[in-house]
Design a binder for this molecule. Structure first.
Ligand code: PLP
Length: 400
């Protein structure tokens, strides 16, 4: 074989794995804190964190120890049995979510599965119609896909389940027109991550809560991307002082271990699914639960919620001031850098060549979702790099 170790690995990848993700960018071999290394030993500052997953960065020693200890104690049992980490995780989630008396948790392996459980809960209300927002992303299973907006994701799998209507985000009049006593639930993301980090306004979220109360509709907040400290509060909804009826979590919850959760607020919502109506083999197993508990404990004991707020504000100010940047959307360490030109794919491609991992969710926006532990010293070289890149781009466009 010829080429770098990285190229050899990617060639093997393409012969062994389905083409669903295209050709990956690199073969990554190891990670430490905010950095990862590829197969050839090149280092990258990971500003994407596995898409908002690696909350504590890579190979955090406390997280590693918690998993190793649990793996050598008890890693999996069937759901005919309970385990201490599973119980403790559910208790902890109820606590950090500020869930009232009667609330309950269902543990899953992924965000999609959390969506599925919430979708099934909404069916149990006895109402058939569901509202979701245009540009939403809730997952790729056929159930979750019915709630996901992007036509390219949906069309190849038609027909999907009926009964879902999409309305435009931040449009209170459209919401009022769509709401009614025949609606089971509305699925929202407080900040639409895959759409390019687009926040819902406080006014809109308040209207959603008010109309859900009026019509007896479940407010289901998909916090798979925004939850577990990503935006500087445990839930993004908490910054608005608005309590949903259901929250879905995953991504950052396990700090890199696959685990998700559905938190149902209050007795009525928590008892929509009864014995035998839902299940999972792996969901809530002690290994995943221990990883999630270690992640939550570390976020709390290291004061990361406050750190995330400070770092988010710092990046917003530093990057927002660059010529070529229109605005920086989002909260905490879920940020969308909107550029004047539609060059986000070119920026991301140039960034990785120079050792920075970022992602272009839409043509004019760069997404950052780094480790919650990211420091200013780590982030500074990227801000400088982006300043230089955008200046060079501006100069080149003027000449042309
Ligand atoms: C990533 C994501 C999902 C899907 O989670 P998976 O773990 O990939 O199944 C659902 N909703 C939102 C908002 C997400 O960002």
């Amino acid at each position: 074989m010829t080429g770098t170790l990285d190229e050899q690995g990617l060639d093997r990848y393409q012969l062994a794995l389905m083409g669903t993700f295209g050709r990956p960018l690199r073969v990554l071999a190891k990670g430490q804190g905010s950095y990862v290394w590829d197969a050839d030993g090149n280092r990258y500052l990971d500003l994407l964190g596995g898409i908002a997953v690696n909350a504590l960065g890579h190979a955090d020693p406390e997280w590693v120890a918690a998993i190793a200890t649990q793996a050598s104690t008890l890693s999996h049992v069937s759901n005919f049995f309970a385990t201490e980490p599973q119980i403790a995780l559910a208790e902890r989630l109820l606590d950090i979510c500020g869930a009232p008396e009667g609330s309950r948790v269902f543990l899953t392996n992924s965000g999609t599965e959390a969506t599925e459980a919430a979708f099934k809960m909404s069916r149990r209300t006895g109402r058939a119609r569901i509202l979701a927002l245009t540009e939403s992303f809730h997952g790729r299973s056929t159930g979750a896909l019915t709630l996901t907006y992007k036509e390219a994701y949906r069309a190849p799998f038609a027909p999907l389940a009926p009964g879902v209507d999409f309305i435009a985000p931040n449009d209170v009049a459209a919401l009022e027109a769509a709401m009614g006593d025949d609606i089971a639930a509305i699925f929202i993301e407080p900040i639409q991550g895959e759409a390019g980090v687009k926040p819902l306004s406080h006014e809109y979220l308040a209207a959603v809560r008010r109309l859900c109360d009026t019509h007896g509709v479940l407010l289901i907040a998909d916090e798979v991307q925004t939850g577990i400290g990503r935006t500087g509060t445990w839930l993004a909804m908490q910054a608005h002082g608005i309590m949903p009826d259901v929250v879905t979590l995953a991504k950052g919850l396990g700090g890199g271990f696959p685990v998700g959760a559905v938190v149902a607020f209050g007795t009525h919502t928590a008892t929509l699914l009864t014995a035998g109506q839902h299940g999972t083999t792996f969901g809530g197993n002690p290994l995943a639960s221990a990883a999630a508990l270690a992640t939550i404990d570390a976020i709390e004991s290291r004061g990361l919620l406050a750190h995330v707020k400070v770092m988010g504000e710092w990046i917003k100010a530093a990057v927002g001031a660059l010529p070529g940047v229109v605005e920086v959307r989002g909260q905490g360490l879920l940020l969308g850098i909107r550029l004047k030109a539609e060059i986000s794919a070119a920026v991301a491609a140039a960034a990785i060549e120079d050792g920075f991992i970022v992602n272009p969710p839409s043509p004019d926006t760069i997404r950052l979702a780094p480790a919650l532990t990211l420091t200013q010293a780590e982030a500074e070289p990227f801000v400088q790099w982006l300043a230089d890149y955008l200046a060079a781009h501006a100069a080149a466009t003027e000449e042309a």
